[in-house]
Design a protein around this ligand. Structure first.
Ligand SMILES: C[S@@+](CC[C@H](N)C(=O)[O-])C[C@H]1O[C@@H](n2cnc3c(N)ncnc32)[C@H](O)[C@@H]1O
Length: 319
């Protein structure tokens, strides 16, 4: 059963946020007491965020080699899975710098199978996000049809780089898409990892209760969910997956970060739960989507600091 928040997600006042476009001189001082979504590259933005400013991070990086989100600088298109893991591990080094010492990272990451060196992938008509037209070669050391094990490879890489790997959580999806394969079970889960910066960290064990008042367990059953405002982004988090992470890992007013914001689910949930948020997204279309989604949820958009990061013009960004 899914973990259910024991707290009702209704902040006393409508959450406010700024929508900013990253530029190299940005300092993001406004995040000391405000929320923002930022159009830019996660690495570049993280470098500009103050150290120790974030209480918890809830995020899902792109899958390796599954989607071309159509923007230069995107993570996920590396030629080898090892380069992909390295790129993500470096990114999460930067995340660790901006986390408070008692901060946590909730990391949802998808897996995939080797191509068996078939250089072609069937076109994906269902998803607006472009399907890849080619598949990368089978990674060295793996064979055709191997499950790559991306989540655990990344978890171990982060552990080696100093993160405390505290829990694997299984997101079980009862409404998972059927698959055409006939020689293995249909995949209906994803991994979510809880990692911390230090051995002792904020984890509000009483903030979320499962059925019969039980403490949160490590299998969360939750349907994938289509959201009208997020249609066009294929890989949205269900808000119910983000809620327990935010409640367990932060308190009211704390800053919650998602460096791969996509359609804005983490920002939406954090704001509704009375947390501040910072979300970074590289693709202008998805950035505009989160902006619209937050507005549709009643969040108020406010200008950035004078002299701070640029205020993106509505005509070019949309929204
Ligand atoms: C799996 S999706 C995140 C979906 C999100 N959890 C949601 O609920 O909508 C990953 C996102 O990372 C973005 N992305 C890829 N490379 C990036 C980068 N270097 N900096 C920031 N965002 C990036 C993609 O455009 C995509 O929207």
């Amino acid at each position: 059963m899914p973990a259910r928040p024991s707290e009702t997600p209704t902040p006393p006042v409508a959450p406010r946020f700024a929508a900013l476009e990253h530029r190299p001189s940005a300092d993001y001082r406004l995040l000391a007491d405000r929320s923002a979504i930022i159009l830019g590259d996660a690495h570049a933005v993280l470098e500009s965020l103050p150290a120790g400013s974030v209480q918890t991070v809830v995020t899902s990086p792109p899958y390796w080699s599954l989607r071309d989100y159509g923007v230069p600088g995107q993570i996920g298109l590396e030629a080898s899975v090892y380069a992909f893991i390295d790129a993500l591990a470096e990114l999460f080094d930067a995340v660790r710098r901006v986390l408070r010492d008692d901060g946590t990272l909730w990391l949802d990451i998808g897996d995939s199978y080797t191509s068996g060196n078939r250089g072609w992938r069937a076109p994906d008509r269902k998803n607006v996000a472009r399907a890849m037209t080619t598949r990368p070669p089978t990674p060295e050391g793996l064979k055709e049809k191997d499950l790559i094990g991306v989540p655990w490879r990344l978890a171990f890489a982060l552990q080696e780089r100093g993160w405390y790997l505290r829990s694997d959580l299984v997101w079980s999806k009862p409404n998972a898409q059927p698959e055409s394969v006939r020689d293995r079970p249909t995949r209906s889960h994803e991994y979510l990892f809880l990692l911390s910066k230090s051995p002792h960290y904020r984890y509000d064990v009483d903030a979320v209760r499962g059925p019969n008042g039980r403490r949160v367990r490590s299998v969360w059953e939750l349907n994938t969910q289509a959201d009208r405002e997020a249609s066009g982004h294929f890989a949205t988090f269900p808000p119910g997956l983000v809620e327990p992470c935010v409640l367990l890992g932060s308190g009211p007013g704390d800053l919650v970060l998602d460096p791969f914001l996509g359609s804005g689910t983490t920002a939406l949930v954090a704001g509704r739960l009375g947390r501040r948020f910072a979300g970074v997204e590289l693709n202008p279309e998805y950035f505009a989507m989160s902006r619209r989604r937050l507005a549709a949820a009643g969040f108020t958009e406010e200008p950035g600091e004078p002299g701070g990061p640029a205020w993106p013009g509505r005509p070019s960004i949309g929204g």
